[in-house]
Design a protein around this ligand. Structure first.
Ligand code: FMN
Length: 325
């Protein structure tokens, strides 16, 4: 287990509020960090590099003010997600801004993190890379990342299919560094379970969609509350890469469930080829919807998850077990 120094003593819970396209912005990041869990957002949520510069300045200022006003209260570090896919023309300008603002941690997805590692380490920042297989974790580690985000089955967004039990244990066979688990966790007991399996942090996305500070439309938040795990559909029909979406939003967009059970590929059905437009019309969420029943503020959510986490930490071993010396 390995918690980087930048996080030590600065959090109320070992939780990172995960970056979500069109959902996480400065308000959610500030609320998360002030509540004692790390806040993040995808750089592309800021429509231009100029807006990204403003967002980063606002977050830096907001957190500095918080630390000055309450120096003893935990105030977590924040991170920004860079999509390294060749189709993203903003990688270079956005990375320059992250270096300018000395962003505490940078999360890379969909690409080789080598260039990012070099730039972020130049100012002492941390780089975490998300992976869905141990094979990808080995590649990211070879590139010099500080942490691996294991995205297991049931996660919102571009999820993997591997069970969190097997994925975490498999990566722990060769990685002693920071390990962050993502996928289907919506409460404090799950956070504790992730730690017991060997993760240092839980990476929670879906639970934070249904918070007051998220940028999701009210109807999107309500659909997260109303959905059951059985409403989550894993399909490559929207963007060409498998991701989890809520069935009611797919139905509203005109999809036929029988078409989604087979691999139709490359986001071509119903002509939705533009990824941004697709994610605006069809709403992603993971299996964690199963236990989401309300839309609290981030502060209320973190306080509740803290109590659940404490209760889970105090849980005694099973009465079925007999330990002999
Ligand atoms: C609506 C939505 C948008 C997402 N967008 C991104 C993104 O832009 N970049 C990224 O790295 N991950 C993205 N993710 C994945 C999350 O960062 C995280 O891995 C996932 O939500 C964790 O699983 P959970 O939703 O079950 O908690 C997204 C997830 C959701 C639900």
């Amino acid at each position: 287990m390995s918690v980087p120094e930048a996080f030590q003593g600065r959090m109320r819970l070992p939780v990172i509020a995960a970056p979500m396209f069109l959902v996480s912005g400065p308000e959610l990041v500030l609320a998360a960090c002030r509540s004692g869990v790390a806040g993040t957002f995808p750089a592309l949520n800021a429509r231009t590099p100029e807006i990204l510069d403003e967002w980063l300045g606002g977050i830096d200022g907001g957190l500095a003010a918080q630390r000055e006003a309450a120096p003893d209260a935990p105030c977590a570090p924040y991170g920004v997600n860079l999509i390294l896919h060749a189709s993203n023309p903003r990688v270079k300008p956005d990375l320059e801004l992250l270096v300018k603002h000395r962003t505490p941690f940078v999360i890379t997805s969909l690409g080789h993190p080598g260039e990012v590692v070099e730039a972020v380490k130049s100012y002492g920042g941390l780089v975490f890379s998300d992976v869905i297989h141990a094979y990808h974790a080995k590649k990211a580690i070879a590139a010099g990342v500080d942490g691996v985000i294991a995205v297991a089955g049931g996660a919102g967004g571009h999820a993997g299919t591997q069970s969190p039990f097997s994925l975490v244990r498999e990566i722990r066979e060769f990685w002693n560094g920071t390990l962050i688990l993502a996928g289907s966790m919506s409460d404090g007991a799950s956070v504790r379970a992730a730690e017991i399996m060997g993760a240092d942090f839980a990476y929670m996305g879906t639970r934070f969609i249904a918070t007051r500070e998220s940028m999701a439309q009210p109807e999107y938040k309500q659909m997260v509350v109303d959905s059951a795990a059985g409403d989550i559909v894993y399909t490559d029909a929207i963007s060409g890469t498998n991701a989890n979406f809520m069935w009611p939003s797919l139905e509203k967009a005109g999809f036929d469930r029988t078409q989604l059970s087979i691999s139709v590929g490359k986001g071509k059905i119903h002509g939705i080829a533009d990824e941004a437009k697709a994610w605006r019309d069809v709403w992603s969420a993971g299996h964690g919807v199963a236990t989401i029943h309300d839309i609290p503020s981030v502060a209320e959510l973190v306080a509740r998850m803290g109590a659940e986490y404490d209760a889970a930490c105090a849980t005694p071993p099973s009465k079925a077990c007999v330990r002999r010396p």
